[in-house]
Design a protein around this ligand. Structure first.
Ligand SMILES: NC(=O)C1=CN([C@@H]2O[C@H](COP(=O)(O)OP(=O)(O)OC[C@H]3O[C@@H](n4cnc5c(N)ncnc54)[C@H](O)[C@@H]3O)[C@@H](O)[C@H]2O)[C@@H](O)CC1
Ligand SMILES: [K+]
Length: 496
């Protein structure tokens, strides 16, 4: 079973469940402190350590780890922020038992330390930082010390929400039991530096109800990979249809090639007859079908010739596209659909009709918006008009639309209407380039054509796309992503 990712509430609930089955709150801090000390000692075997302890249990972890490092002979100082604040009995007990002298916080000491441990605030952060605390963070950041955050870098909460003008940037973040949203979503993930998850005696059964949020890793979809069988012919591997636009013809061509390289046995582009020659001249392994009317175009997906359809790349966001989507989707016999790009924006003025179409259709649909397209379809869930985190926004969009929603970005989230969600945590900024999304949609369509479920195909395609970005790096263009798909397949093959 894969480790799930928790939000702050789920982590507090898991702590309570562990306490209820007999692990004391004191012992949780004990375990957290010792485990964190081990990580720090391994990562920085030498050097002077300064531990900054805040008023809550995050500070409690700080006192405990300082004692442990002291026992191992490390040079440790402990400085307290807001020592007069009331603290939990367990944090107070660890404070009283701290083997290192407690000093008031003194910013001038930062420069003398090689490693500063930030145990100021953790999951309990729930209001904007005071100006005084922000100044402390600024001096710390300006110092040459390496910063190790306990649980989360001070300034962001466990769900990744930022409460500081400039939250701390850590080199290492040590967290407990499971990663929290802050460790996987952007931009907070980038403030954590390297992330180490340590065991403090909690188990998955302590998470009730279970969390259905995961990191997108091969373990999520590996067992469902549609490896071709020796006796299969090309149509048994899966046939895919890609609707091509009349102006931006490159998009559907990229998608179709990615679809074929993702393993569809036969890929067809369908386009209006006046642009047929453009497609036909440039495609070789991909077939090109022409249509003369919208109803002819829609009818292509009314038979069971294809197992997957991609509609949107290169299509104009206009009423005719909306009509094509509705006409084809409502009577489709193709089981899996990807609706992307122009086919999403075409519904900007009436997204409910798209959702109604999806609910009515026999097909399972994946919507693949970036934040801009998402805002057009789900204005109330858009990034700047909704306080909720990206996972929650995508989950609500999936529930509303009845589709798998793949919300793109440096932390692409795939959310299913049934509540499952996954976050892609490894990605490359070079993927933000023209045509990259067309390749992603094509790869997904290719996997769907081979019979993968939409949930798994969406995640696997996102992972493959990210890997391609990481391997290619600077200088990549969308065409390179298509070319690199065989390399990614080889990489996946070696994992089996
Ligand atoms: N049983 C548990 O709850 C465990 C907690 N652990 C640690 O405890 C942390 C959570 O502990 P807490 O819930 O006590 O939370 P924190 O230690 O993060 O902070 C809570 C304290 O900070 C204050 N505070 C909140 N926002 C503030 C702000 N903007 N400026 C100044 N003070 C602010 C609160 O009033 C409260 O006193 C975790 O992040 C983790 O490090 C670990 O020891 C594992 C077990
Ligand atoms: K912290």
């Amino acid at each position: 079973m894969m480790d799930s990712i928790l939000d702050t509430e789920q982590m507090y609930a898991a702590d309570r469940a562990a306490i209820a089955r007999g692990i004391s709150a004191y012992s949780l801090i004990d375990r957290a402190g010792v485990a964190a000390a081990e990580q720090i000692h391994v990562r920085w075997p030498t050097g002077k350590i300064l531990v900054l302890c805040g008023p809550g249990n995050n500070g409690g972890d700080g006192y405990r780890l300082a004692s442990q490092l002291h026992c191992w002979g490390r040079a440790v100082r402990v400085m307290e922020y807001a020592p007069q604040r009331a603290r939990s009995a367990e944090a107070q007990a660890h404070r009283e038992q701290c083997l290192v002298a407690l000093e008031p916080l003194d910013e001038t000491a930062f420069e003398a330390a090689d490693i500063v441990v930030d145990a100021l605030l953790g999951m309990g952060l729930q209001r904007p930082l005071s100006a005084a605390l922000q100044t402390v963070l600024q001096s710390l950041q300006a110092s040459s010390a390496s910063i190790c955050a306990i649980d989360v870098p001070t300034g962001i909460d466990g769900n990744g929400r930022c409460w500081a003008e400039a939250p701390l940037q850590a080199a290492l973040t040590i967290t407990f039991f499971r990663k929290k949203l802050a460790h996987v979503l952007a931009p907070s993930r980038f403030l954590c530096g390297e992330i180490k998850v340590v065991d403090i005696g909690l188990c998955e059964e302590d998470v009730t109800p279970p969390s259905y949020l995961y990191e997108n890793q091969p373990a999520l979809w590996q067992s469902a990979i549609p490896w071709p069988q020796p006796l299969q012919h090309k149509y048994q591997r899966g046939a895919a249809l890609v609707y091509g636009g009349s102006e931006m013809t490159g998009a559907a061509r990229l998608s179709a090639l990615a679809c074929a390289r993702a393993g569809a046995g036969a890929t067809t582009i369908a386009c209006a007859s006046d642009v047929w020659a453009i497609y036909a001249q440039s495609m070789q392994s991909v077939m090109v079908k022409r249509w003369h009317s919208l109803s002819q175009a829609a009818a292509l997906s009314h038979s069971s010739t294809y197992q997957a359809v991609l509609i949107g790349p290169g299509l104009a966001p206009e009423p005719s596209t909306q009509e094509l989507v509705m006409r084809s989707l409502l009577q489709t016999q193709v089981s899996s659909w990807v609706v992307d790009a122009g086919a999403l924006t075409a519904f900007a003025s009436q997204p409910e009709s798209l959702f109604e179409g999806i609910h009515t259709s026999a097909a399972q649909v994946i919507l693949t918006p970036h934040e801009g397209e998402f805002a057009r379809l789900f204005p109330d869930l858009a990034l700047h008009s909704n306080q909720k985190n990206k996972v929650e926004r995508a989950r609500q969009a999936a529930a509303r639309s009845g589709a798998i929603v793949l919300l793109k970005g440096s932390d692409t989230v795939v959310a299913s209407p049934d509540g499952r969600a996954a976050v892609q945590t490894q990605s490359s900024p070079y993927l933000a380039s023209a045509g990259s999304g067309d390749v992603l949609a094509g790869m997904m369509t290719g996997l769907l054509a081979q019979g993968m479920s939409p949930w798994l195909a969406a995640n696997m395609a996102v992972w493959m796309h990210s890997q391609a970005g990481l391997i290619l790096g600077a200088g990549l263009i969308a065409e390179d992503l298509v070319q690199s798909i065989p390399t990614i397949w080889q990489q996946i093959g070696r994992m089996n």
